[in-house]
Design a protein around this ligand. Structure first.
Ligand SMILES: Cc1ncc(COP(=O)(O)O)c(C=O)c1O
Length: 411
């Protein structure tokens, strides 16, 4: 039995959550675009700049210290993702930049006539890098469609998209627009049957779900610390043999072995320090002790809390017939979604509603959230959707507040 999350105690750790707008407390429902950070993350970033500020690789105190920052953060992110080997963790500016770097390297191994598979559900950072890389190599791109009724992947169509020429399947773990959690293990199993590699975009999943790269069986997985209570940065996990072997673009004399092969230029050491602190924050929610075990307990508590928020929100939305929820709404399928909701009103453009809510201190997004293919597939371009996202620091009161605002915002 998972002990419930102490949401008030969590919230007290986030200075950003104390903001007020026009006399009302701000409700941060913009987590899918980026989370707030706890004080411990802010302190870790500041400490790195104050006391460990140097480039790495030198034989003097601050340089050695910053090297330790990177090593320790690799261990933390490995635990976060269930990776056995910290040297399989690469840090970068953000997920998009890391994915472009990897896609260019992979494309150097592709030949004309090879194929890659992307989906209509994914954030464009897990689509266009592969489309451009395929174009560079003369490879063909195939698209896995969705069922527009519930915004789930049409897994039944996947076998027909795969063949012995398929080199890569790129799939998201959770949709940043409509919250669908994809059956990535099944995608991996299908890809393996034809010998294709699998790249997983876990950016939207990591704030909500415990990731286990071993259990998923994929080859690469990317995430973004600024979505899971850390600073603006990206992290990539890759199977060690692939990270060692693939022809990374790099300058001389950058390391030709280890994760440093993929870390072009000087990284944001302070963001890496903050990323480590974000993992420790999450682990702390699970009670301490062994970090992976603590993270497992923490995510169970986070999941239970967010699932309750999602159920409450869906219940309320069922009373608002002017609003349409895109994605899974069946309460019996709560395991197949995270608490991220894409909505449209039958008359009001999403941007107008977002502005009305923003003035009331309800921070929500509108548009396509870079899930451009999905919004086009659903026929919702260019206005897109309104997106309401709940994280573990959101409360039932905030759910009720946004429901009340949605009921009246479109009057
Ligand atoms: C699902 C998903 N993938 C990729 C990205 C891009 O991440 P980054 O901003 O780190 O490049 C985002 C950002 O919103 C996202 O939500």
């Amino acid at each position: 039995m998972t002990p419930p999350l102490d949401v008030d105690a969590c919230r007290r750790r986030f200075p950003g959550l104390t903001r007020h707008v026009n006399g009302r407390p701000a409700a941060f429902l913009d987590g899918p675009g980026g989370s707030q950070v706890p004080q411990s993350v802010i302190d870790a970033v500041a400490d790195c700049l104050a006391h460990r500020n140097a480039n790495d690789g030198g034989a003097f105190a601050t340089s050695l210290a910053v090297g330790e920052v990177v090593d320790a953060a690799r261990g933390a992110v490995a635990d976060l993702l269930g990776a056995a080997d910290p040297d399989e963790v690469v840090f970068g500016l953000n997920m998009t930049t890391l994915t472009f770097a990897l896609s260019r390297a992979l494309a150097r191994t592709w030949r004309p006539g090879d194929e890659v598979v992307v989906t209509r559900l994914d954030h464009d950072a897990n689509v266009t890098p592969w489309v451009l890389a395929a174009a560079d190599a003369g490879a063909t791109v195939r698209y896995l469609d969705i069922d527009p009724a519930d915004c789930t992947l049409r897994l039944d169509l996947l076998p027909d998209l795969l063949n012995e020429r398929t080199k890569l399947v790129a799939v998201g773990l959770a949709s940043n627009a409509v919250g669908t959690v994809n059956p990535v293990r099944e995608v991996v199993a299908a890809a393996r049957r034809v010998g294709a590699l699998v790249f997983v975009d876990a950016v939207h999943a990591v704030p909500h779900l415990l990731v286990d790269v071993g259990a998923l069986g994929a080859d690469f997985l990317a995430c973004s610390p600024y979505k899971f209570f850390g600073p603006h940065a990206g992290a990539l996990w890759g199977r060690r043999d692939l990270l060692e072997r693939l022809p990374a673009y790099k300058v001389r004399p950058a390391p030709d072995s280890g994760p440093g092969r993929w870390m072009t230029g000087t990284p944001s050491f302070e963001a890496i320090a903050g990323t480590h602190a974000a993992v420790e924050y999450l682990a702390g929610l699970g009670g301490g002790g062994d970090r992976r075990a603590s993270l497992t307990a923490a995510y169970a508590a986070i999941r239970a809390h967010e699932t309750a928020l999602a159920a409450r929100f869906l219940d309320g939305l069922a009373q608002l017939p002017a609003w349409r929820v895109w994605g899974i709404t069946d309460p019996g399928r709560s395991g197949d979604r995270v608490a991220t909701f894409g909505l449209t009103h039958r008359a009001k453009p999403a941007a107008e509603v977002a502005a009305t809510l923003g003035a009331q201190g309800l921070f929500v997004w509108s548009g396509n959230f870079y899930a451009a293919g999905l919004i086009e597939r659903l026929g919702l371009a260019p206005a897109g959707m309104l997106r309401v996202g709940f994280l573990h620091y959101n409360t039932a009161e905030e759910v009720d507040r946004v429901l009340e605002a949605l009921a009246t915002a479109a009057d």
